[in-house]
Design a protein around this ligand. Structure first.
Ligand code: CA
Ligand code: CA
Ligand code: CA
Length: 166
């Protein structure tokens, strides 16, 4: 729908919310970036949506979008720093190491080893371990995918993944 007096943020939001769902998904955001001439890698796009999404819906609502659109360096702030890229690749390497059967996800058995690594300091009880697995396995399919792990860490460290290694 076109509103002649709507703010630009609203016009842009409606234009790129191509399925009219009321929120912008990674795919829709990707198209917008491309259409406006900004190049972001797939990883950066995923993170852009995670960063802007304040409701945990994996997509951007108009309220989230409006805030971002109103910032002056709106595209630059979505670029991942070299440091963040390095951290992501370190987490990915760690994930692959614990994915012993190379299935692309970490099952309960593999998780027991991984858990010890995440917990690092102090002991972790079986109950805590189970709770952690439940929190990580967002879609409850009995496996932790890399995306689920990143979502978890991203929420836990409020977007600052460098804290994971400190
Ligand atoms: Ca949409
Ligand atoms: Ca596995
Ligand atoms: Ca899962």
């Amino acid at each position: 729908m076109f509103y002649p007096n709507a703010p630009l943020s609203k016009i842009m939001f409606n234009k790129y919310d191509t399925d009219g769902s009321g929120s912008i998904t990674v795919q829709e955001f990707k198209y917008m970036a491309y259409d406006l001439g900004y190049y972001l890698s797939d990883t950066e796009l995923e993170f852009a949506v995670k960063k802007l999404d304040k409701t945990g819906s994996d997509s951007i609502t108009y309220d989230d979008f409006k805030k971002w659109w109103g910032t002056t360096d709106r595209w630059n702030q979505l670029k991942l720093s070299e440091e963040n890229m390095a951290i992501l690749s370190a987490i990915s390497g760690q994930f692959q190491m614990f994915d012993v059967d190379k299935s692309g996800s970490i099952d309960k058995h593999e998780f027991q080893n991984y858990c010890k690594e995440i917990a690092k300091k102090g002991k972790i009880t079986t109950a805590e371990e189970e709770e952690m697995f439940r929190n990580l396995d967002i879609n409850h399919d009995g496996n932790v995918s890399f995306n689920e792990l990143i979502d978890y860490l991203y929420a836990k460290y409020e977007g600052d993944l460098s804290r994971y290694f400190s």
